[in-house]
Design a protein around this ligand. Structure first.
Ligand code: 5AD
Ligand code: FES
Length: 366
């Protein structure tokens, strides 16, 4: 398709984008994409302000019952050394976040839904809420659970939930996941709906530039976020992991730099479409470009998740190859991030929870 600058300009003037419009925007070249970024920057300033919020990310366990074809901690990967932090280690990392004025934390792990696990999370949530007087925003990213479990976690102190749909194209979903009951697309969608029903700020996202993924698929993903009226989105480039089945089709992939550029356009177009949601600058961006996350902040993202997992465990939470910040400690990432964000021109919302404005604006026309 031959795309002209005027075509991009005329799309950017519209109030609503069609699937075709988005498909065109995602194919903008290096010059044309500046028009998209100019618009997304303007919208971010108007509706979000020049603030970036920190979430201290604690990857507390890589034990996982799922077998996703792309993921380095899938249960069949025998090369992954398994770990599970103690409650004490988790609470210590949480205290670090609070002391350093991170307004929020994210508890993430491989997926489990056994009662020992879900009860443990409830207890941790209660302890964190008590220890820090409810001052920390708490996001969970613990996979598919029942509505009862999500509701219990809300009662215990959770505010938000991240559950990436990974791809909204059902056929593509089954190319990257086993086609079985444990990985059913409908179940994931239902779980996402249940996070909302339980009263959580609902976050989802996709991987960008997956093998076999088209621009149309990505346009559908963005429209899905809009139709679902999601509060938060995290999208990162797909990066192959050598111990996974999907590594076998790496010949199908775009060069890394193109995957990076496409993710940046996805973020900018989403910011234009959904003005007041929280958009995370995914860590995977930094696996490709050393200042990848800051670049994402510049074009529309407003959330960054410094890794505060104890250093010795980080190397074992390898979802993809070249994951950054593996050798750093929590202190290192904090200082490093602070300098980086300032370079991007934003201020850090220290001590603020940085909830999704969209969650509170729902139903209002902006
Ligand atoms: N490349 C990029 N992102 C990945 N994730 C898992 N494996 C990979 C990979 N190989 C992402 C998934 C998941 C999130 C925690 O990490 O989107 O939801
Ligand atoms: Fe971890 Fe810079 S963010 S070292």
């Amino acid at each position: 398709m031959h795309i002209t600058e005027n075509h991009i300009k005329s799309i950017l003037e519209k109030k609503e984008f069609s699937k075709e419009d988005i498909t065109v925007l995602l194919q903008a070249d290096k010059v044309q994409r500046q028009l998209i970024y100019a618009k997304s920057v303007e919208i971010k300033e108007k509706y979000i302000g020049k603030y970036t919020y920190f979430r201290g990310l604690i990857e507390f366990s890589n034990l996982c019952v799922k077998d996703c074809y792309y993921c380095g901690i899938r249960k069949s990967n025998q090369n992954s050394e398994r770990y599970n932090l103690s409650d004490e280690q988790i609470l210590q990392a949480v205290a670090f976040a609070h002391k350093n004025k991170y307004g929020s934390i994210v508890l993430q792990s491989g997926e489990r839904s056994d009662k020992a696990f879900t009860d443990r999370i409830s207890n941790l949530l209660k302890t964190i809420t008590k220890n820090h007087n409810g001052e920390l925003g708490i996001t969970l990213s613990l996979g598919e659970q029942s509505l009862d479990v999500y509701s219990d976690w809300v009662q215990s102190g959770a505010h938000r939930y991240l559950l990436r749909i990974e791809s909204t194209n059902r056929d593509l979903y089954y190319k990257i996941h086993p086609n079985d009951a444990a990985h059913a697309y409908e179940q994931r969608l239902e779980a996402l709906c249940n996070t909302r029903r339980a009263g959580l700020q609902a976050g989802t996202g996709v991987m960008v530039a997956l093998p076999f993924q088209t621009y149309e698929d990505l346009a559908d993903d963005l429209l899905f976020f809009q139709n679902f009226d999601v509060d938060m989105v995290g999208m990162g480039p797909y990066i192959e992991h050598s111990d996974t089945p999907l590594f076998g089709v790496k010949a199908e992939l775009m060069p890394l730099i193109d995957r990076f550029d496409l993710t940046m356009k996805m973020i900018a177009v989403l910011r234009i479409m959904m003005k007041d949601i929280n958009i995370a600058a995914a860590t995977a961006l930094q696996a490709i470009d050393p200042i990848g996350r800051e670049k994402a902040i510049r074009v529309g993202a407003n959330i960054i998740m410094p890794n505060i997992t104890p250093s010795e465990n980080r190397k074992n939470y390898q979802l993809y190859d070249n994951k950054p910040c593996i050798d750093e400690g929590a202190d290192d990432c904090t200082t490093c991030m602070e300098e980086r964000i300032q370079l991007s021109g934003d201020e850090i919302g220290y001590g603020l929870r940085g909830d999704s404005p969209h969650f509170f604006n729902r139903g209002k026309s902006l």
